[in-house]
Design a protein around this ligand. Structure first.
Ligand code: GLV
Length: 325
């Protein structure tokens, strides 16, 4: 009998075709939103799962799934998975690094440019029929070229964002737990600075940190107060890194010029004040959302699941110690 697996959200047909070569697959092509209880019930007799960042895989869940051996997230982030709990019960967890770097970096730039040049606000203004005459001082934005780009969290996506800044002749500063090797800094044209210097000097600050409890509200009122009032914040990483209430206060009081946000605390619920602000561009957690990249992510997750359940080495195993159980 083939191992039983579940795919928690709608995916592309070739992904299901590949999985069906190896497994008895329960899919969710209707893309229903399952409650935690529904997910737990459906997972209880499965050996593996293809999950997304919206599926909460916690200790209670994995303890109730005695057959479960692998949870393969179709995302690079995995803060939805309790890795320690998975390891404790021998459940392998995997993610999809690498395949979404360029697409997510493109999205960071889309948000940065849209925020700097007030694209969403102007689009709405034109649609409302409020453009009556061309004006010399109309809809003035911020220059991106030759400005200072700050990157907080310098992994693969950060480097892809930095690489794109070359075309805009920007100065690129970054802060990270560990600085990059000097030759990588030189090749990428980025300069390591303290977090305080980054906050003070960035015209555009892009967040690219993974979410972890120690990063919770790493941008709050105190950090926003260090930024220039002309600066703009771009969050393409995770909700919870930014204290959204503090950000709204800074945007309302012109302490900060603008924000481009792909992620929110408690998403998809949104602090309703965001929608009242003209100086924000809002996007529904869509950093990796292109057909080509989402297909690569799902196929990579499937490859991990197949390896995990057929005695192979999952290429993106996050908790090798799970194998010790
Ligand atoms: C998306 O947020 C991801 O982590 O891939």
């Amino acid at each position: 009998m083939k191992p039983r697996v579940i795919v928690t959200r709608e995916v592309f047909d070739p992904v299901l075709d590949l999985l069906r070569e190896h497994f008895d697959v329960e899919d969710n092509q209707a893309d229903e939103i399952w409650s935690g209880e529904t997910l737990a019930r459906k997972l209880a007799d499965k050996e593996g799962a293809l999950t997304t960042g919206t599926d909460r895989i916690d200790a209670a869940l994995v303890h109730n799934c005695p057959r479960l051996k692998a949870v393969c997230n179709m995302a690079v982030g995995y803060n939805n998975i309790d890795l320690a709990a998975c390891t404790a019960v021998g459940v392998m967890a995997t993610n999809t690094p690498g395949v979404l770097d360029d697409t997510t970096a493109d999205m960071a730039w889309a948000l940065l440019l849209a925020t700097a040049r007030r694209i969403a606000e102007s689009d709405a203004w034109v649609r409302r029929g409020e453009w009556k005459t061309w004006g010399f001082k109309q809809r003035l934005g911020m220059d991106v070229h030759h400005a200072t780009l700050g990157i907080l969290g310098m992994g693969r996506i950060g480097r892809a964002v930095a690489q794109r800044a070359r075309g805009f002749d920007m100065r690129v500063l970054y802060h990270n737990r560990n600085p990059l090797p000097e030759e990588t800094e030189r090749a990428t044209n980025v300069h390591y600075v303290s977090k305080v210097t980054l906050l003070r000097e960035a015209d555009f600050l892009v967040l690219l940190l993974p979410y972890a409890p120690e990063n919770h509200h790493c941008i709050g009122a105190a950090e926003l107060a260090l930024m220039q009032p002309t600066a703009m914040l771009i969050n393409i990483a995770r909700g919870g890194l930014v204290d959204d209430a503090a950000l709204i206060a800074a945007l309302k009081s012109a302490r900060l010029a603008g924000a481009g946000l792909d992620v929110f605390e408690g998403e998809p619920a949104l602090n309703p004040e965001f929608a009242q602000l003209d100086n924000v561009v809002l996007s529904p957690h869509a950093g990796s959302a292109t057909h080509a990249t989402r297909l690569k992510m799902a196929l990579l997750a499937a490859e991990n699941l197949i390896a995990a359940l057929t005695g192979g080495d999952p290429p993106n195993l996050l908790n090798p110690a799970a194998g010790d159980r």
